[in-house]
Design a protein around this ligand. Structure first.
Ligand code: PMV
Length: 317
């Protein structure tokens, strides 16, 4: 069997996080400037699967790790999905430029890349829908009740309008859109934040349903503005979405501060992205302001800043 490599991008949610868990729409984009790569190499020995995490300089033998280990779970999920009893010996090499636990899609990129790499290495030809289905199964272990938006945008590598249990719709981009993502450096587990929101909804269902409905309204208008390249309007809607996420209780002062600075320095708009309580903001910016906005965000305490362009692309579905 020849070696096989696959890289999956990071992602950012532009509109609708949290609401998407409850069936409301959301918009996500791939971040092509950061990615995670999985390489599978055949091993000349029997019964051995080695996981080689190059970033952590860690080598694990699948046989000696416990069932609750995410690597073990993902590999067994792939084996069960393919309905095979035995996997051949292999070395699984993982390297990533996507920060962990900051809402930029590292776990989705891992799920998609490992699903694609192992199935291709074994000679299975899965289409993107099947890879997405498999990656979603892997994501459930990490996130409990994920909406599926992360694995879907990373699998299709296109800006998408997403609703749980519906086929994703590709968003038409008529002019490039320039984003900056800035990290507070504060780690938060998506699973925990989603659970906190769930507890609040159970206590005050009416109030939270109203917030979700407003987020859905903003998301639907944003889709039209994105498709007409009204970037000023998209920016304003990002801010509106951020204020609604504040009302949901998932923002923190560090995120609010980065949003304010991005806007003060000339971004069209900005918001927290992903589950919140830490992690990143995403700002939509005029390209000529990129350097100024980035240096102001770093001066204000962002630990990491990256630029990413959403490329011009006609809708194909
Ligand atoms: O994985 P994160 O932190 O980007 O958050 C995903 C977005 C949520 O809507 C909060 C959860 C989900 O499953 O959609």
């Amino acid at each position: 069997m020849p070696a096989f490599s696959f890289s999956a991008p990071g992602k950012s949610i532009l509109f609708g996080e949290h609401a998407v868990v409850y069936g409301f729409p959301a918009i996500a984009v791939p971040l092509s400037s950061i990615s995670l790569k999985v390489t599978i190499q055949p091993l000349p020995v029997d019964n051995k699967i080695i996981i080689d995490n190059q970033d952590l300089h860690e080598e694990l033998n699948l046989d000696t790790i416990t069932k609750d280990n995410p690597y073990k779970h993902s590999i067994e999920t792939i084996r069960d999905y393919l309905k095979i009893d035995h996997l051949p010996s292999m070395r699984i090499i993982i390297s990533s430029k996507i920060p962990i636990g900051s809402g930029l899609g590292s776990s989705a990129a891992y799920s998609v890349a490992i699903s694609t790499a192992i199935t291709a290495f074994l000679g299975f030809k899965l289409n993107l829908e099947k890879i997405n289905e498999l990656a979603y199964e892997i994501e459930k272990f990490q996130h409990g009740n994920p909406s599926g938006i992360d694995n879907t945008v990373v699998t299709f590598k296109r800006p998408i309008y997403f609703r749980k249990n519906y086929a994703p719709e590709q968003i038409k981009i008529i002019e490039p859109m320039e984003l900056i993502v800035a990290d507070t450096g504060i780690k938060a587990l998506t699973k925990d934040v989603v659970t906190q929101v769930k507890t609040k909804i159970e206590r005050e269902p009416d109030q939270f349903t109203e917030i979700f409905q407003k987020i859905a309204g903003v998301t639907n208008i944003a889709r039209q503005d994105i498709e007409m390249n009204n970037q000023h309007e998209v920016g304003k809607l990002m801010l509106e979405n951020h204020y609604l996420l504040q009302q949901l209780g998932v923002s923190i002062p560090e995120l609010d501060k980065l949003v304010d600075i991005a806007v003060k320095e000339g971004a069209y708009g900005a918001k927290l992205c992903g589950s919140g309580k830490g992690g990143n903001i995403v700002a939509l910016i005029p390209p000529e302001k990129a350097e100024k906005i980035k240096s102001s965000l770093l001066n204000a305490g962002a630990v990491f800043c990256l630029s990413s362009t959403i490329e011009k692309r006609k809708k194909i579905n």
